[in-house]
Ligand binder design. Structure first.
Ligand code: NDP
Length: 311
């Protein structure tokens, strides 16, 4: 097992991690990054990104991540394959285990491990992920203007996504698996009162229809077992996200779902020298540009902490 020490270790490689790497490398912190299970993060699963500033013609998600990686490497970030599997953040220096490959000690650690959208787990859903199945209405809704779409979920996210899509689309059908919303009353009320949203309670997805693009959704009433087919070109999941923070449990403060707590206005966690950026600490915005913003903040916070240590 390799043993190395670095000033700044970045765990995770989405827009937050790469932006932290660009700033940390330019500040001469000589950052090392472990890219994790899905190098590039959630954007590797999206198609066109049209809302990241600086790309007037849009850019494919994977291409943007390749560019961010190249930018981080240009300033000397040591980018490595591997998944952080254990963390000892209360030690000095902090110690991170990378599978059975490496044991890295670090003066500062930037956590940018992201969050993973939850999926239903259907074969058809997986197959059509780049053909109309999405877990982000803000990212992809624009492509379904004046079309019919289906949203699955019953929480605040589902209501928010359904209402967002209702402004763009012809019709939104919201599939709620129980007989009631989990969302707050006000969100549920607004959703129910949006003219072009139809809420189908006690309905589940049987299959997303279509070979290469979504053409419809086969649904089932889970009380009567009656099946039906909805015509739709977009299928949006809003059944929650899971932040990738399990290895920090018991060390870092987090909410009940696992989103890391940071001191407002900073990326400081409850442990000095450990910073959290991007979706692993953000259940509200979850955008590439906000992740990049907090990645920048984390590198600046780390740099200031190291400067204090040195003086
Ligand atoms: P939630 O965990 O609140 O809700 C997830 C929903 O998905 C539940 O209603 C659940 O159904 C449903 N669900 C889970 N699995 C399945 C499945 N396999 N099939 C069908 N439905 C399924 O997640 P959200 O992302 O909505 O919200 C996360 C947090 O963020 C919440 O605290 C929320 O309040 C907050 N938030 C606030 C917003 C705001 O205030 N503007 C906007 C967005 C989020 P069931 O109820 O049957 O378990």
């Amino acid at each position: 097992m390799i043993k190395e020490h670095v000033k700044c270790l970045i765990i995770g490689s989405g827009p937050a991690g790469y932006t932290a790497a660009i700033y940390a490398a330019r500040a001469d912190l000589k950052p090392m990054m472990y890219v994790g299970l899905q190098p590039g993060g959630q954007l590797m699963e999206t198609t066109e990104v049209e809302n990241f500033p600086g790309y007037p013609d849009g850019i494919q998600g994977p291409e943007m991540m390749i560019q961010l990686r190249a930018q981080a490497e240009r300033f000397g970030t040591d980018i490595r394959d591997g998944l952080a599997t254990e963390a000892f953040l209360n030690e000095t220096p902090k110690r991170i285990i990378i599978e059975d490959k490496a044991e890295i000690t670090a003066d500062t650690v930037i956590i940018s491990t992201g969050a993973s959208a939850k999926w239903l787990g259907l074969e058809s859903e997986e197959r059509l992920k780049s053909g109309g199945v999405s877990a982000c209405a803000v990212c992809d809704g624009f492509f379904y203007r004046e079309q019919d779409v289906v949203v699955v979920g019953a929480g605040d996210s589902a209501c928010e996504e359904a209402m967002y899509l209702a402004k763009l689309c012809n019709k939104v059908t919201l599939l709620v698996r129980k007989s009631e919303f989990r969302a707050s009353k006000i969100m549920a009320h607004r959703t129910m009162n949006t003219e072009n949203i139809e809420v189908l309670f006690n309905h589940e997805t049987v299959e997303v229809l279509g070979e290469t693009v979504v053409e419809g959704v086969k649904i089932k009433n889970n009380i009567t077992n009656q099946e039906a087919t909805l015509e739709a070109t977009g299928f949006f999941l809003a059944i929650g996200h899971k932040p990738n923070t399990d290895i920090f449990k018991g060390q870092l403060d987090m909410d009940e779902v696992g989103y890391l707590d940071v001191k407002p206005g900073t990326t400081n966690t409850n442990i000095e020298g450990v910073y959290a950026a991007g979706d692993c600490a953000d259940k509200t915005y979850r955008q590439a540009v906000t992740a990049a913003g907090t990645g920048c903040m984390a590198a600046l916070d780390a740099e200031r902490f190291l400067a204090q240590l040195e003086h």
